[in-house]
Design a protein around this ligand. Sequence first.
Ligand code: NAD
Ligand code: IPM
Ligand code: MN
Length: 366
Amino acid sequence: RPTYRIACLPGDGIGPEVTRGAVTVLEAAAAAYGFALEFSAHPVGGAAYDAAGTPFPDETREACDAADAILFGAVGGPQYDGLPWEHRPEAALLAIRKRYDLYANLRPILLYPPLRDASPLKNEIIGGGVDFIIVRELVGGIYFGEPRGITTLEDGTRRGVNTEVYTDAEIARIARMGFTIARGRRRKVTSVDKANVMEAGRLWRTVVDEVAREFPDVEVEHLLADNAAMQILRRPGDFDVMLASNLFGDFLSDEAAMLTGSIGLLPSASLGAAQNRLGLPKGFYEPIHGSAPDIAGRDLANPLAAILCGAMLLRHSLGQEEAALAVERAVVRVLEEGFRTGDIKVPGTAVLGTAAMAAEVARRIG
Ligand code: NAD
Ligand code: IPM
Ligand code: MN
């Protein structure tokens, strides 16, 4: 029986609750599909700062180094908002993304038919279905550009500085990822930029067009980011692969969550060139949502985003496609059978807590 090592980083707020749900489901998948998962839990974010004075302790880093894949909950909380950047919970997340050069963040935006009425958008907009994937660049752009920081000038003026920087190579590799994914789907890439005002955006568009020549069978559309934010609500069914920078991909994915009904449903996979012991991408799997301090610790969070992260982990890092599909089918089934968590604003047959929802998914595997 193959055995895989998963480093589990639950983090803050609802992170531990939803991650526990994902582990329950992954264990059911392992039992049903004949492999073993070795989970180890490690502190990250605010929880790690409280325990060890740093959001990304050495112990956690070493466990991530040794793992075949990393399952992450969420980090952050109001009690940490005043800390200097290097101590903030979110700094751990960026450090992990950078450490493994996880440049491609895949964020599938899928509307489950039983949840059609959960979206605030009218049926005439989303009724034809929504199924696209945001391919977000994750280790460049304004999140990492230098200079950055808050400085005080001689006259007492305080300046906050961040810098949007992209090299051609950084743009080309994420664009190639986007076009390659489009080839396995409906062969359309919508690239998002602000080429009308930003030089980094102009280069983005130029390099995306250069890469597009390697993929003549894939259609390319360029949208300015402000217009993209609107078109997502106007014609969501038109998109297949949406290619975006680090910052624009972040905004657009939370917006797109409302097409599906709740951000509590959306998983993501972060992949780079680094490989695990299987020769597959050493991936990092995190829900799109955050630590949701407003509902944390009350068994209210929707675990489906974290559970679907588990499916992406099985697929991309462990090569367990059958098990991944089984998890995804089980999620569809619980939604079809009317199980809801409180964030899904559409009538069902039962509103469950986090743990009970995860248990229902686990029961439907295998
Ligand atoms: P958030 O995603 O945590 O919450 C936004 C809203 O969505 C809240 O009302 C919350 O209750 C709801 N929500 C989120 N996930 C849910 C789920 N699984 N089930 C039900 N409802 C859910 O965003 P925020 O409030 O802006 O951020 C809170 C903290 O999380 C901040 O410190 C932020 O930096 C951090 N954050 C972390 C990550 C991450 O770790 N990957 C991602 C985003 C935000
Ligand atoms: C996300 C989050 C993170 C981001 C934060 C917490 C650093 O919003 O993963 O979407 O901005 O990338
Ligand atoms: Mn975000």
